[in-house]
Design a protein around this ligand. Structure first.
Ligand code: PRP
Ligand code: ZN
Ligand code: MG
Length: 225
């Protein structure tokens, strides 16, 4: 059983958010026994440990209490919050700080040769995405009925495979879209990395540790801003 006199932070093991997340925590004075290839990094300077996981798993790890805090894209957090709400589950976590890195947008992209008069162009078509909830909310707001095709990865090749006419995926530099002869047509959600915490405050020693970590993070973030 885990004791609650240490704080456990989940970050992405490898990907766009990994290095900036580790860098931010280092600037806040956290040092870990190095084990880049392991899932768990023991905190040496403070009783704060790291768990290195897939970004998509972070909201669930916080919801079930396996981790106390997480550095994750707002896109992943919001998608899973909408999914929980749709299933009638209570709010389990919230974003408590914007971290200013990992900026990207969830956008609808269409084949280069399409004309784009507006979102109505998508009516009745199939849109491949890993973010069905965020896409569905946007389509509802636009008053457009389209069919989401849920894929967990390689969404950008769906049009060429004949699985969908358009896609809705994250765009950072735009290189992935360009390589797949797609163009960004509409922004569905603007995202950046956030610090996520449980919706219910800690009722033990973790509360003081989290408060101290936040004071340190705020000092680092205010210098950067
Ligand atoms: C996103 C998205 C694209 C890529 C776009 O994946 O799914 O593959 O980034 O970036 P670009 O515009 O700079 O080419 P991400 O890195 O978030 O990884 P994940 O979907 O596996 O979590
Ligand atoms: Zn991911
Ligand atoms: Mg990807």
């Amino acid at each position: 059983m885990r004791t609650h006199d240490r704080l456990r932070i989940a970050i992405q093991k490898s990907g766009r958010l990994s290095d900036p997340a580790r860098d931010l925590l280092a600037r806040a004075g956290l040092a870990f026994r190095e084990s880049r290839d392991r899932l768990f990094c023991y905190g040496e300077s403070l009783p704060i440990d790291l768990l290195l996981v897939r970004d998509d798993d972070i909201p669930g790890l916080i919801a079930e209490g396996t981790c106390d805090l997480g550095v994750v894209g707002q896109n992943v957090l919001e998608e899973q919050a909408l999914e929980r709400a749709a299933e009638g589950k209570p709010e389990a976590y919230r974003a408590i700080r914007d971290l200013g890195f990992g900026r990207c947008r969830l956008s609808v992209a269409v084949p280069n040769e399409w004309e784009w008069p507006g979102p109505d162009r998508l009516a009745g078509l199939r849109i491949a995405t890993s973010y069905p909830q965020l896409l569905a909310r946007w389509l509802r707001n636009q008053g457009v009925a389209a069919e989401p095709v849920v894929l967990s990865g390689s969404v950008e090749i769906a049009p060429r495979l004949g699985k969908a006419e358009a896609i809705c995926d994250l765009v950072s530099t735009g290189a992935t879209l360009m390589a797949n002869q797609l163009k960004e047509a509409a922004v569905v959600f603007e995202s950046q990395a956030v610090l996520a915490a449980p919706a219910t405050p800690f009722g033990d020693a973790r509360a003081e540790l989290a408060a101290m970590l936040l004071r340190r993070l705020d000092a680092v973030l205010s210098v950067r801003a």
